[in-house]
Design a protein around this ligand. Structure first.
Ligand SMILES: Cc1cc2nc3c(=O)[nH]c(=O)nc-3n(C[C@H](O)[C@H](O)[C@H](O)COP(=O)(O)OP(=O)(O)OC[C@H]3O[C@@H](n4cnc5c(N)ncnc54)[C@H](O)[C@@H]3O)c2cc1C
Ligand code: FES
Ligand code: FES
Length: 1344
């Protein structure tokens, strides 16, 4: 061994090697490499390469994706990998070349084709996910010049985007693919590509091209950075050397030989072997597991062996990555007959969806097996497949069966602390052996399984008599469990239905899950266990039949359930009205112009709040949040925290110089806490790491208080409300109910939603030395509100507080009010310490503290005629507001005002309450009450249809507004475009013919059902107050002709600034390139209102337009005097004539208002109409569903920028799909939010959107009230996601009907796999044991 002692006792210089690696072609030598530092931190803070983003810190979002290249000296090959930098310890990078988004192209040198295509193809909105997307696609192209669609799906599965809906990102990637992106509509004799050609020729004035593919730069691999030759030399030289890196608290040792490794294991038996760090890393980061010594065996060649024995099977090195394992198995499967590769096929099935690509590349087989994750996808299959672990220690080698005992962690079937797993033997399967794998997760890809399973059966040669049987489950308890006793009892049985029935009973008896089990979903897990067993039974039956036709085949009606839903990515069409052919080509209004910052997003040059360079003396803030839902604060002891290195101060309510928020909502908790997650105090330190460490040491003593109110029901019982009851009424419901043919009553719950903007809440506060000035950089939708809160907290006038907001990495309503609170919290810290404060919330804190969409409980009583005509509705809404008012009262008002959606309900009473609970305060979220309120309406419309035995679309049509009419709040409107959207969507989606096809499919398939739904929408934009619509802009023309505009709106990714530049360009008649827009701030445009309500572009556009028109009026005499002059000459002439070249534009706002006493008002400036038709397929055995197709027709009137507007529709629709079918917040009975990371909370990923997604904008319509006759489209698409929910409901209804279940049922939102499975009642759901609800405390409870 080259070194005898690696203890942490010695100083850096004595023990540490220099860490050498390359970043973007430049050599980095780190003499003090700290094992606790990850690559993301190092890139962003040390090397100041801020293109790589922080989204979650746990490998779950892909925002931090970079490429790592290594030279393999054994086979002299360079390999490129995409990895998540947040989980890569820098010490693991010795000899590696790292490429970040900055390294592949920039606006200063040359833009890489990947960057160009994603930007020009509109694959970026807020741009926060973009560098990660770029690097994933780039790495794929470095390995595969013309990737297949399948490779693209794999590659992007680990990257989340909250804005775009993925379709444009996929298209950018597909543009490099060799495969045709044809829609396969070959049967109809025409391919969509041909069709596109026709249509792009402006047929009926409809355009379908959003960008010019022809403009794209070709991919030229010779232009890529070369792998540094020095690293090749290093790889050869350092092969035999043990490397040691000594950090502040942790030592990293990387031995070069197996012998060294074994000695180290002897010396440090507790030290983990870190390969991928995807298990150890998150444990250290999120669970406070501390390892003083870490051993990195990545260079041990024995751990990377692959031995193929054609008779026995495969031996794969424990150090091989899961991606490599996938490659090896794929090769084997291609080479060998099916019957020999049963285990390999089963493993491959899971390897396609396990985590994202980056994690599969990083994670090792050995790490996966040894970490024994409860929901491990591979261990149940490996365990069922009789695999063997090859272990070695100083004492010698050992072969350990990878079986249930090992997986359960039994001491006598485990590795000893000195042993190392060198390789795993995975046998070939025998002739009469069958292996299957099953998994069900919240999302199809990149989500830990709720339950998974590996099952294997071996029959007596030539018979169906069970000789050997293994059934293992993951996700059930704290480890993989084996139903070994059940298997034992089934030995000798024939493979038939009696055996299956017996097996289900035995397994349910043996593998028990307590009602209060962590992770919840107990009944669902039980159902899945036996549903998988049934699937296994069918699969084997089918295989037996293939081998020997004497055995019965699977009935035709059951066949389809054996096929898993394919992983698909979206394709589709986008159609919009072309601009008038007479419009000058330079005039950008109405054209699909790329996002102003698109290229900078893609190159990583766009600066977000935390990308701002370090400020001298700056401190980092970490929060201490309440662990109690309702308690008195007895004491806060910060002494231990203050004694820690780097800590400067601890800030509490005592330190707020003036207003600590208000009575209802404190900045820092004062005397008591009212929810888990409330900010009690903050710690300021010289690094975030130090601040965080110290925050954990602040000791807060609480005294619990009563009551603790978590759910809406609790709140109603305690009469705990925010504000008063809201009510609207029209007609006479009492009389109407008496004349109705039928009456139904019911209730439905809708869960909340986390914003999951990719950029977490961020603020940077810089106190100035003069006059108490403060400069604030904040990611906010409402900078003026931040200014207001900071001023009031510090007790200084607003004119000293300068807030800047350049761009936010998504907002969706979540950055309306909360940044003000957080900004004030940071400003108080800056005021106390006198130093700049950087306050960037970690994802977990962000999710915990900032609240989200309001969960809603809707109760309804509906009176209707037998033909489906609604006569009367009596509706009650309750929303869970959380612990402070925030915007909750407005949310309930909107829910009420917009509840009727597209329907005329002659007699209607609606009442609404905001429940005050001990949950974090909920806030604005895209759609603001409408997605919840209108959902309930659609829900009972469907219920009415079911009662009348009518198709839902008929009841919708019958009750829809048809002519000019008045809403429930007596606002007049014309539903012409509502009807047009409905009719066009019906036609474009081929609704009736597809419905027929679905009926046929459903008749022919028992376990899979399809459903279709078409949902109309009437959405009102804006606010019910005129002053909320005011906007201002400032436009300067400089004497060189360049123009600078500022306005009061904030760029959140929605393309507002791009549209504003288009407006200025149009009004001033100059190219967009002459107009610049840098940031919004409270200095140039004061007293702004929040950018929300879908009207950002409307009102700010008017302000910019007015300012530009003022300037043009001033320039008019000069222009008419010199009509052939240039813009620059005119500007100069104006200057020479002392004509001001600067103008403000002020728009007073649309007239709007609501009189709640009278129950009437022209509440909103105008309405947006739309319709969506969605089709899904449901797997009744697992509850999974696949979104197959959605058609959206939207009334955008004249779109200022069709690419941006279609992007908003697709992005919002995707968020809606998340809201109604996927995203589920989980709270403990005490109100503790469990779902605090992308690993626990699933937003749609690339394979969750409909395989076919068509969006078209109505043509030939005008909205005279808004600028250029456009419409605001930021929010409305969200609700259209509910069409997927109702399609699922349709499918589920078909399943229940076939099973003879006639009683009504409730399907709350979101329609998760758990819920779908529960509703698809069958013999398996009947079989599972159910606990008496009084006998246990559930792990989580619904709060709606
Ligand atoms: C975002 C994310 C998503 C994920 N999704 C999934 C999923 O969908 N399905 C799933 O199954 N898993 C999933 N995982 C878990 C992942 O598969 C495991 O974390 C991974 O396989 C562990 O491998 P590693 O090399 O990173 O282990 P490391 O973190 O490097 O090590 C893990 C443990 O194994 C021990 N160890 C490693 N190698 C050896 C050896 N040769 N001999 C003895 N001990 C050894 C170490 O001491 C350590 O305790 C996910 C993880 C993340 C971060
Ligand atoms: S920040 Fe690394 S994966 Fe999310
Ligand atoms: S553009 Fe993808 S997260 Fe905003």
């Amino acid at each position: 061994m080259s070194r005898s002692s690696f203890g942490g006792m010695m100083s850096h210089s004595e023990t540490s090697d220099a860490l050498v690696f390359f970043v973007n072609g430049r050599k980095v030598i780190e003499k003090n490499a700290d094992p606790e530092v990850n690559l993301l931190f190092y890139l962003r803070k040390k090397l100041r390469l801020t293109g790589t983003k922080y989204g979650c810190g746990g490998g779950g979002c892909g925002a931090c994706t970079v490429m790592i290249s290594r030279y393999d000296s054994s086979n002299k090959k360079i390999r490129h990998y995409s990895v998540t930098a947040c989980l890569i310890p820098i010490c693991s990078l010795f000899g590696a070349a790292v490429t970040t988004v900055e390294g592949i192209g920039s606006t200063k040198t040359r833009i890489h084709p990947v960057q160009e295509r994603i930007a020009k193809g509109h694959g970026t909105q807020c741009g926060f996910c973009t560098p990660g997307m770029v690097m994933s696609i780039y790495t794929l192209l470095r390995n595969q010049l013309q990737p297949s669609t399948e490779q693209l799906i794999e590659t992007l599965g680990g990257n989340l985007c909250r804005c775009t809906g993925y379709r444009p990102i996929v298209e950018s990637g597909k543009s490099f693919s060799a495969e045709s992106s044809c829609c396969q509509m070959k049967g109809q004799g025409e391919c969509c590509l041909d069709q596109e050609e026709h249509e792009s020729e402006n047929k009926n004035n409809v355009c379908t091209k959003l960008y010019e593919k022809e403009e794209f730069l070709p991919l030229d691999p010779t232009q890529e950075l070369i792998f540094p030759p020095e690293l090749m030399r290093m790889a050869e030289e350092s092969r035999k050397k043990t490397l040691v890196f000594q950090g502040e608290r942790v030592t990293w040792i990387s031995p070069a030989t197996l012998n060294d490794l074994l000695e180290l294991k002897l010396q440090y038996p507790q030290a983990p072997l870190v390969l991928g760090n995807t298990f150890v890393g998150p444990n250290m980061k999120f669970k406070d597991v501390f390892h003083p010594v870490i051993i990195s065996p990545t260079r041990i060649s024995e751990l990377n062996v692959v031995i193929i024995d054609a008779n026995q099977g495969l031996t794969i090195g424990a150090g091989c990555s899961l991606a490599q394992v996938k490659e090896i198995l794929t090769e084997m499967v291609l080479k060998l007959p099916v019957e020999k590769t049963q285990i390999y096929r089963a493993l491959l099935k899971h390897l396609r969806t396990l985590a994202g690509q980056q994690i599969r590349i990083m994670a090792s087989l050995g790490g996966h097996i040894v970490s024994r994750l409860a929901a491990s996808d591979l261990n149940p299959v490996l365990g069922a497949g009789n695999c063997v672990l090859n272990l070695v220690s100083k004492e010698g080698t050992q072969q350990l069966p990878l079986n249930g005992h090992f997986l359960a962690g039994s001491p006598n079937a485990n590795l000893t602390s000195e042993q190392v797993l060198v390789s795993v033997f995975i046998p070939l399967s025998k002739k009469w052996e069958f292996v299957s794998a099953f998994r069900q997760a919240q999302r199809q890809q990149n989500a830990l399984a709720i339950v998974n399973s590996g099952m294997r059966v071996r029959f007596k040669e030539g018979t169906n008599t069970i000789m050997d049987l293994n059934i293992l489950y993951g996700g059930i308890g704290s480890a993989t469990v084996s139903a070994s006793k059940s298997c034992q009892q089934l030995m000798g049985r024939a493979w038939n239905e009696e055996m299956l029935d017996e097996a289900c009973k035995l397994v349910l008896d043996e593998v028990t899950i307590p009602g209060s089990s962590s992770g919840g979903m107990v009944e669902y897990k039980r159902t899945l266990m036996i549903s998988f067993l049934f699937k296994f039974y069918l699969e084997v039956l089918q295989d037996l039949n293939v081998r020997d036709p004497r055995y019965p085949d699977v009935p035709n009606k059951f066949q389809s359930v054996l096929e898993d839903f394919p992983l698909t990515i979206p394709h589709g069409t986008q159609a919009y009205e072309c601009v008038d052919s007479h419009q000058p080509p330079q005039d950008p209004v109405g054209r699909p112009v790329m996002h102003q910052s698109g290229i900078k997003h893609a190159t990583g040059e766009a600066i977000f709040c935390d990308d701002m360079p370090a400020i001298d003396e700056e401190l980092f803030l970490a929060v201490v949040t309440s662990t109690r839902p309702h308690a008195k604060i007895i004491s806060i002891d910060a002494s231990e925290a203050l004694a820690l290195p780097g800590v400067v101060d601890v800030i509490t309510a005592q330190d707020v110089p003036a207003e600590n928020g208000d009575e209802e909502e404190r900045l820092y908790a004062q005397d008591e806490v009212i929810c888990v997650g409330q900010i009690v105090c903050t710690v300021a330190a010289d690094s975030y790491f130090h601040a965080k460490q110290a925050a954990k040491k602040v000791n807060v003593v609480y005294e619990d208080m009563e009551p603790v109110i978590v759910t809406i029901k609790d709140a109603v019982n305690h009469k705990s409300f925010i504000g008063s009851e809201k009510k609207l009424e029209q007609g006479n419901i009492k009389e109407a109910f008496q004349t109705a043919d039928q009456i139904i009553e019911g209730e439905v719950q809708m869960g909340g939603q986390e914003h999951f903007y990719m950029e977490t809440q961020s603020v940077l506060v810089i106190p100035k030395t003069e006059d108490k000035e403060m400069e604030i950089y904040v990611s906010s939708q409402d900078a003026a509100f931040v200014q207001e809160k900071v001023a009031s907290a510090l007790g200084i006038p607003k004119n000293r507080i300068m807030c800047h907001m350049r761009r936010a990495g998504g907002g969706f309503g979540g950055k309306m009010t909360k940044p003000a609170l957080l900004g004030a919290v940071a400003a108080v810290a800056a005021n106390k310490t006198g130093r700049p404060i950087r306050f960037i919330l970690e994802r977990g804190d962000d999710m915990l503290i900032t609240g989200g969409r309001h969960p809603l409980l809707g109760k309804y009583k509906i009176g209707f005629m037998n033909d489906g005509k609604i006569k009367a509705a009596d509706i009650e809404y309750y929303i869970n507001g959380g612990c402070t008012p925030d915007e909750s009262e407005m949310v309930i008002e909107y829910a009420l005002l917009k509840l009727e959606n597209a329907y005329k309900i002659p007699n209607l009473r609606i009442q609404g309450w905001v429940c005050k609970t001990n949950l974090p305060s909920n806030t604005a979220f895209r759609g603001f009450g409408f997605p919840q309120g209108a959902f309930v309406t659609e829900y009972w419309i469907t219920a009415v249809a079911a009662k009348c035995n009518l198709p839902p679309e008929k009841v919708r049509e019958l009750n829809m507004y048809k002519t000019i009419d008045r809403t429930i709040h007596k606002q007049q409107f014309d539903p012409k475009n509502l009807i047009r959207c409905w009719d066009e969507c019906m036609e474009k989606s081929l609704y009736y013919s597809r419905k027929k096809a679905i009926e046929l499919f459903n008749q022919q398939n028992y376990w899979k059902k399809r459903g279709i739904a078409i949902v109309p929408m009437k959405f009102s934009v804006g606010y019910p107050k005129t002053y909320y619509h005011q906007a201002a802009a400032l436009v300067h023309i400089y004497t060189d002709g360049s123009v600078l505009i500022t306005h009061g709106g904030t760029e959140l990714g929605q393309g507002l600034n791009t549209k504003m530049i288009q407006v200025a360009s149009h009004e001033l008649k100059i190219p967009m390139s002459d107009v610049y827009l840098s940031e919004m701030n409270t200095i140039t445009v004061p007293n702004t209102v929040a950018t929300a309500g879908s009207i950002g572009a409307d009102v700010n556009g008017k302000a910019v337009q007015i300012a530009c028109q003022t300037l043009m009026k001033r320039l008019e005499p000069i222009i008419s005097k010199n009509p052939n002059g240039t813009w620059k000459e005119w500007a100069n002439d104006a200057f020479a004539q002392s004509i001001s070249l600067s103008a403000t534009g002020y728009f007073r706002g649309y007239k709007a208002g609501m009189d709640w006493v009278k129950g009437e008002g022209d509440v909103f400036p105008y309405f947006v109409y739309g319709t969506a038709c969605s089709e899904v397929e449901v797997d009744c055995l697992t509850g999974a569903h696949k979104n197959t197709r959605t058609d959206i027709v939207m009334d955008a009137c004249f779109s200022i920028n069709p690419a941006i507007d279609i992007g908003q529709i697709e992005g919002a629709f995707t968020q809606g799909v998340g809201l109604y079918t996927l995203e589920e917040l989980k709270y403990s009975p005490e109100g503790v939010l469990y779902t605090r990371s992308p690993n626990e909370y699933k937003i749609p990923s690339i394979t969750d959107i409909p395989e076919e997604l068509n969006v078209s904008l109505l043509t030939s319509t005008k909205n005279p009230i808004a600028i250029y006759s456009s419409k605001g489209l930021g929010e409305s698409g969200m609700f259209l996601g509910s069409s997927v929910f109702f399609a699922v409901l349709d499918a589920v209804t078909a399943a229940r009907k076939e099973r003879g279940l006639t009683e009504t049922f409730t399907m709350n939102s979101p329609a998760t796999p758990e819920l779908i499975r529960k509703i698809c009642v069958d013999k398996f759901t009947d079989l599972i044991p159910r606990d008496d609800p009084k006998s246990y405390k559930p792990w989580s409870i619904p709060v709606a």
